[in-house]
Design a protein around this ligand. Structure first.
Ligand SMILES: Nc1ncnc2c1ncn2[C@@H]1O[C@H](COP(=O)(O)OP(=O)(O)OP(=O)(O)O)[C@@H](O)[C@H]1O
Length: 681
């Protein structure tokens, strides 16, 4: 609640909001969703839409609107008359109603007596025959449509107890859908209009109880919820209240039922049938703005970034709006309601918040400099609804009985004053950094997954290439080995063949002089040629032979080296074997010594048991012990025992024997050494 149009409609004080407050174009034409005709109340301008045309481009500075002001929108007030109830029909049978309605003129006549009456004009006059549907359409529907467009909205019922506030707002219409109240119908319209994939609707349901306590109707244990005011934006919130996301009408109806049950329970506890509390339903609507907003365009242009880069970093835009439906407690005077004791205190407390609401509305209606918003929690909660940025619709409910003329008059006057309050409705858009963050998180996850997938692919590829290379190297080695072997065989065979040829040639050569003498007579020239030929053959045979001899000597050298290595290794093996034999012999000797020692020890123990003393029974040990004593002359006879004796006592013979038989050669050698040392001691 704020000081109306004078302070720009931004509620109390100026608003330095980071939100994207948008001024409605004053010349804009009303916008209605395709296929959904928007309602405009007939005559008098009641509920005439003033806004929601295309939005002007955002000003510089990160999308903040340069204008903080909104469009002036007066609080709309309808009056609704309840039909006579059974009691009134009996008691007031002889009297006329205290009011006369002229709905077509939107006028109400309040009879002073049979001759005189005062006439009041309202934005809408709803007779006792008005249907719930009509009441919703003239009182709440324009506000709901406004909320769906991104403006805050308030629908409130004010009136004396029993005049039909809850009937108007909160009827569930379980038995008869025609009886559904404003809350149910508003939620039906909201859920029908939103896009479930991008938009969310959530609600809180509260009541303000005795002593200014705010109770959560969805979790009644939580009965002292604090009101928090954003110092920057002036926005009021109830962070302690349960907020439930609503996806369908059924879940909403269930929540309303729960809330109603808790409200009735609280009122019953206060020993009253009427509502002693103000019930407040808060519906938060969060809608994604589709298409490319001018805010983003200006942002990318200012920063000079390419549009593709900006696209991925561009935060989506959301419109956040709130519909507040308030079912006020009965406004009757304390003296008339007959309250006493505890109920009186409670009534005073409730009246305090109602009277402070009245004072605020008076101040706003009279454009007073001070609006006492902080006087009660109710007025703090409704700060935005009167003189703030919300589109507000008030229905004042009255009864026909002349016996309640006073209350009816004060209700009518309250409505008249409220009609003078001007709000400055403003559209609120925000960059949806949360959803950008979520989007970037998803993007990041995708990139990480892709990166991991690629890394795994590369690792697998490297592994595959390595295995393939290893296989190829092994194959090449194998092939090389085979071809080397073949070459060797071939050369060896060639060597053998050459030797053979040479031998044959040699034989031929040995026989050739006799042949030559025989043939000398036939041709001297042939002989010369043959000789020359023979010489060349011999030379080449000699060369080949030398070559093969070299090869042979090379192979022999290699064979000799290998043989020498084998001999050396054999020698080492022999040395190792002889050392092993020696050690085994030593072990055998030591084993037998140990056996002897253990026998001696047993005997000594037996003799000690029989009192013969170690010297008699176990001379071996005795000698060892005496040897031990001799080697350590400084040790006293009653000092520490000799190591051998200690060994028997501490380690035990079986353990030493098991160590000597260990499979580990090192353990065996150590055991032997230890025993040998001990034996030496
Ligand atoms: N327009 C109407 N048509 C028929 N019955 C009505 C109408 N308005 C109220 N009633 C009936 O009058 C009774 C009182 O109504 P309701 O409880 O809504 O009053 P209220 O103003 O909310 O009272 P309170 O302040 O005590 O909560 C109910 O039985 C309700 O059904």
């Amino acid at each position: 609640m704020a000081s109306g149009a004078r302070n720009g409609g931004g509620g109390l004080g100026s608003r330095t909001t980071a939100k994207m407050d948008r001024q409605q174009g004053s010349t804009a034409t009303p916008k209605a969703p395709a296929g959904k005709p928007r309602l405009s109340a007939a005559g008098g301008g009641a509920y005439r839409r003033t806004s929601s045309g295309p939005l002007p481009a955002a000003g510089a500075g990160g999308g903040r609107n340069s204008s903080e002001s909104g469009v002036s929108s007066r609080v709309r007030v309808a009056v609704r008359l309840r039909p006579r109830n059974a009691e009134e029909q009996a008691a007031d049978a002889d009297f006329a109603d205290c009011v006369e309605l002229q709905p077509e003129l939107k006028r109400l006549k309040l009879r002073k007596n049979n001759w005189e009456s005062d006439t009041f004009e309202f934005d809408e006059v709803l007779t006792e025959f008005s249907s719930q549907k009509r009441v919703y359409e003239v009182v709440a529907k324009p506000v709901v449509e406004s909320v769906l467009e991104g403006y805050n909205g308030t629908v409130m019922a004010y009136g004396q107890t029993g005049t039909g506030k809850t009937f108007t707002l909160g009827r569930l219409g379980d038995e008869d859908t025609a009886a559904r109240g404003i809350m149910v119908r508003a939620m039906e319209d909201i859920l029908a209009d939103i896009t479930p994939e991008t938009d969310t609707v959530s609600l809180s349901y509260l009541q303000q109880l005795y002593m200014e306590m705010i109770q959560d109707l969805l979790d009644p244990v939580n009965d002292n919820i604090a009101i928090v005011e954003d110092p920057r934006t002036g926005d009021v919130s109830l962070p302690g209240a349960t907020v439930v996301e609503v996806r369908d009408q059924k879940s909403f109806m269930d929540l309303l039922r729960i809330g109603e049950a808790h409200r009735v329970a609280a009122n019953t506890k206060l020993n009253t049938e009427s509502s002693r509390s103000h019930a407040i339903l808060m519906v938060n609507v969060r809608r994604a703005v589709k298409g490319r907003s001018e805010m983003n365009v200006s942002m990318s242009a200012e920063n000079g970034h390419s549009s593709s880069m900006m696209d991925s970093l561009r935060p989506p835009i959301v419109r956040k709006s709130k519909l507040v439906v308030v079912d006020l407690a009965g406004s009757e005077r304390i003296d008339k309601s007959g309250s006493e004791g505890h109920t009186l205190e409670e009534a005073k407390s409730i009246n305090l918040s109602l009277s402070s609401l009245g004072k605020c509305i008076n101040a706003l209606a009279e454009s007073s400099a001070h609006v006492p918003v902080r006087d009660s929690k109710l007025t703090r909660l409704l700060k935005d609804s009167f003189g703030g940025t919300a589109r507000t619709s008030l229905v004042v409910t009255i009864g026909p009985s002349p016996r309640h003329r006073g209350e009816t008059t004060s209700t009518i006057m309250f409505g008249q004053r409220a009609m003078k309050v001007q709000n400055m409705v403003k559209l609120k858009e925000e960059f949806d950094y949360k959803s950008l963050c979520r989007r970037l998180d998803i993007e990041l996850d995708k990139l990480i997954a892709e990166n991991e997938r690629q890394r795994k692919y590369f690792d697998d590829e490297i592994e595959r290439i390595t295995a393939e290379a290893q296989y190829r190297v092994a194959e090449a080695e194998k092939e090389c080995k085979v071809s080397l072997e073949n070459e060797k065989m071939k050369y060896h065979q060639e060597y053998l063949d050459s030797i053979k040829i040479l031998e044959e040639k040699w034989k031929v050569h040995q026989q050739s002089p006799k042949k030559q003498i025989k043939e000398e007579s036939t041709s001297n020239g042939d002989v010369q040629d043959l000789l020359q030929n023979e010489k060349m053959l011999r030379q080449s045979a000699e060369d080949e032979s030398n070559d093969l001899k070299n090869q042979l000597s090379h192979w022999k050298k290699m064979e000799a080296t290998a043989t020498a290595e084998v001999v050396r290794l054999r020698r080492m093996l022999d040395t190792e074997a002889s050392q092993k034999d020696k050690l085994e012999e030593e072990i055998a000797v030591l084993k037998s010594q140990l056996m002897q020692l253990s026998l001696d020890a047993d005997e000594t123990r037996m003799s000690l048991d029989t009192g013969d003393g170690p010297g008699k029974i176990f001379p071996g040990l005795d000698s060892l012990m005496s040897h031990s004593r001799n080697s350590q002359p400084r040790e006293q006879s009653n000092g520490p025992k000799a190591p051998v004796a200690k060994l028997f006592e501490q380690v035990g013979l079986q353990k030493i024997l098991s160590l000597l038989e260990s499979e580990e050669p090192d353990v065996r050698v150590h055991a032997v050494k230890v025993v040998a040392n001990l034996a030496a001691e």
